[in-house]
Design a protein around this ligand. Structure first.
Ligand code: SF4
Length: 383
């Protein structure tokens, strides 16, 4: 019999009220009747997944409803989906971390209360900015006031583990504006922050209109100033940077995402969801109609299945682990893959250490403060 293996469970809700101008995630505005079809198919997929031989040895430590905008579904439906997952899968603790992403303007006080009562115990709120002009430019559907009131209401209904997403390096954003947004958010004492620099993705309105220098994207110097302000303000507020873009109060790191960065196992349900099980990467069909059809027929929704060979999995684990400020453990990597990191990377590693981008102290290899802003360059050499 297989040993029980700990894993994360992810549920993808692919709907958004409108598409933000920078977003390349798999999400779309639902058409007539699509929500009902999706909910029925997702329920059926949860039931089917619970019987899969790949899933039988797994014990789930975390559950994450992401998207898209999960809060576009009725809170009672989300509560039922959570109940189904809790009932049908094995859990490694009585009170696992159960997160849900919500967007201001899509959920009210009674909806938040329903989610809390149903057992969601971590809320991830997509704020992005607290400047109304910036929010309009991003194509967000909410205002500063709505964002602030969502956080306050979440507290009132009993959420004591709140994460907020913000973005910097936005079109026409000044360092002063970023400081104002960040300080106003920190004043509400969120337990966790995800702070991302805007990237211009192909196929998005921003990717098309701002690529190649429109003069709207802040200069590198201004972005560096924003990064420095971020370090200072988050540290003053008692939040510790534990991953390239993530900051948390002690003990409030996102356990679900830490599992990804440790390259642990995870099951993703819903269209477009990715799973990583027993060294295999599995990708579900993104087309909603095809997803619904396959689930109804009892067919697999996975359209891509890739078995990573051990060396590739080792390199992936190193690169993912270096995203965390504590980095990777050389001995644990050796125990897991039978590969000795230092001789394996040889001169490449020595060079990165000499350039003060990586540091090897005792058993741990991690990005230095000067390596963190250049993480992509470092990882490109190790992947
Ligand atoms: S709400 Fe989130 S997932 Fe939806 S379009 Fe905006 S950024 Fe993308």
């Amino acid at each position: 019999m297989d040993l029980v293996r700990q894993a994360g469970l992810y549920i993808h809700i692919p709907f958004c009220q409108s598409k933000c101008h920078y977003c390349s995630f798999f999400s779309f505005v639902p058409g007539v009747g699509q929500r009902q079809k999706f909910i029925a198919a997702l329920q059926a997929q949860i039931e089917q997944a619970a019987t899969l031989t790949e899933v039988a040895p797994l014990s789930f430590a975390t559950l994450f409803f992401g998207g898209g905008t999960p809060s576009l579904l009725a809170p009672t439906v989300l509560a039922e989906l959570l109940g189904l997952c809790r009932q049908l899968f094995s859990w490694s603790s009585q009170v696992p971390e159960i997160s849900i992403e919500v967007n201001p303007g899509t959920i009210d006080a009674s909806g938040l209360a329903t989610l809390r009562q149903a057992g969601f115990n971590r809320l991830s709120i997509g704020i992005q900015s607290l400047n109304d002009a910036e929010l309009v430019r991003l194509g967000r559907i909410h205002s500063r006031e709505q964002a602030l009131s969502t956080i306050k209401t979440a507290r009132e209904v009993g959420f004591d583990n709140i994460s907020c997403d913000l973005m910097y390096g936005l079109p026409l954003q000044s360092p002063a504006s970023w400081r104002t947004t960040l300080a106003a958010l920190l004043a509400l004492q969120p337990e966790h922050l995800s702070l991302y620099e805007l990237t211009l993705e192909k196929g998005t309105p921003f990717g098309e209109s701002l690529q190649g220098g429109s003069g709207q994207i802040p200069e590198e110097e201004a972005v560096l100033e924003m990064m420095e302000d971020t370090q200072r303000l988050t540290a003053q507020a008692g939040l510790e940077r534990y991953e390239i873009s993530n900051y948390a109060c002690p003990g409030r790191q996102c356990q679900h995402n830490c599992n990804y960065w440790h390259n642990g196992e995870y099951l993703g349900l819903g269209p477009g969801a990715v799973s990583g099980l027993a060294g295999q990467r599995l990708v579900a069909v993104t087309d909603l109609e095809a997803y619904v059809h396959r689930v109804r027929q009892g067919e697999s929704v996975w359209i891509e299945q890739e078995q990573l060979e051990s060396e590739a999995a080792f390199r992936e684990t190193v690169v993912m682990g270096l995203r965390m400020t504590t980095g990777v453990s050389v001995s644990r990597l050796h125990a897991r893959f039978g590969i000795d990191l230092v001789p394996y990377y040889g001169d490449t590693l020595r060079q990165l250490i000499r350039q003060d981008l990586l540091s090897l102290q005792g058993d741990r290899l991690f990005l230095t403060p000067s390596g963190l802003p250049l993480a992509n360059r470092v990882m490109a050499e190790l992947v």
